[in-house]
Write a protein that binds this ligand. Structure first.
Ligand code: 5GP
Length: 206
């Protein structure tokens, strides 16, 4: 009687194991609208990198007050995680630009929306999700320079160095990545996927 019971228990455990294996294999790739994405950077990897970026910033700006200027929408998650590890006296502002449609960069930046306070004589660190061609960041920095800041630097979680054509590379970045479209951790595909805690890369068809 007892051995029958144990056999049933083993079968249930084995069943659970195969179900969870099946689910984790299913979750290896994700579908956003018409596109499939595969894992690229895990949540744990990203969190460790964000922590070390914050440590570098805390060290470099020691004794100074910093204005963190987060570029919406893409950098909301990165900014939130980064700021938890910043120990400097600081302000955080969110501004918005629009430059991207689908998987193709348009390189168009018209204005910075939401910049209400003067940045004159302040140490400003722009927080961005990704620097790709760098065209967007060049335009943002050109607009910000008019404010006569004490210093102006960029911190992005991702940097597509190979696609970069800009004048101002980010001083701080988490990962140099190849020229492939990524989503998650704030980055979207047609507004989808921003909530994912990890980063995924567009699956290339074989
Ligand atoms: P850039 O002007 O540097 O080419 O592109 C800047 C903006 O394009 C980024 O802030 C981001 O919103 C978007 N972008 C560039 N590359 C990617 C990518 O691989 N994935 C996603 N989701 N957005 C990207």
């Amino acid at each position: 009687m007892q051995s029958d019971f144990q056999a049933v228990k083993i079968r249930i455990h084995a069943g659970r194991f195969f179900v969870s294996l099946f689910l984790s294999q299913e979750m290896d790739q994700i579908q956003l609208l018409d596109k499939t994405f595969v894992p690229y950077l895990t949540e744990a990897e990203i969190q460790a990198t964000v922590k070390s970026l914050a440590a570098r910033i805390n060290f470099d700006y020691a004794g100074q007050e910093v204005v963190f200027l987060s570029i919406l929408n893409g950098s909301f998650m990165f900014t939130s995680d980064l700021m938890k590890h910043i120990t400097l006296p600081c302000e955080i502002s969110f501004i918005k630009v629009s430059s991207y449609v689908g998987t193709q960069t348009s390189g168009r930046v018209d204005e910075l929306i939401g910049l209400t306070d003067s940045l004159r004589d302040k140490h400003v660190l722009v927080v961005e999700d990704i620097v790709d061609t760098g065209i967007t960041m060049d335009k943002i920095l050109t607009l910000l320079r008019k404010q006569q800041t004490a210093s102006l630097e960029v911190c992005s979680i991702l940097f597509k160095k190979i696609a970069f054509q800009g004048k101002h590379a980010p001083k701080y970045y988490g990962y140099e990545i190849p020229d492939k479209f990524v989503v998650g951790y704030g980055l979207d595909y047609l507004q989808h996927g921003r909530n994912l805690p990890a980063i995924y890369q567009l699956k290339t068809e074989k």
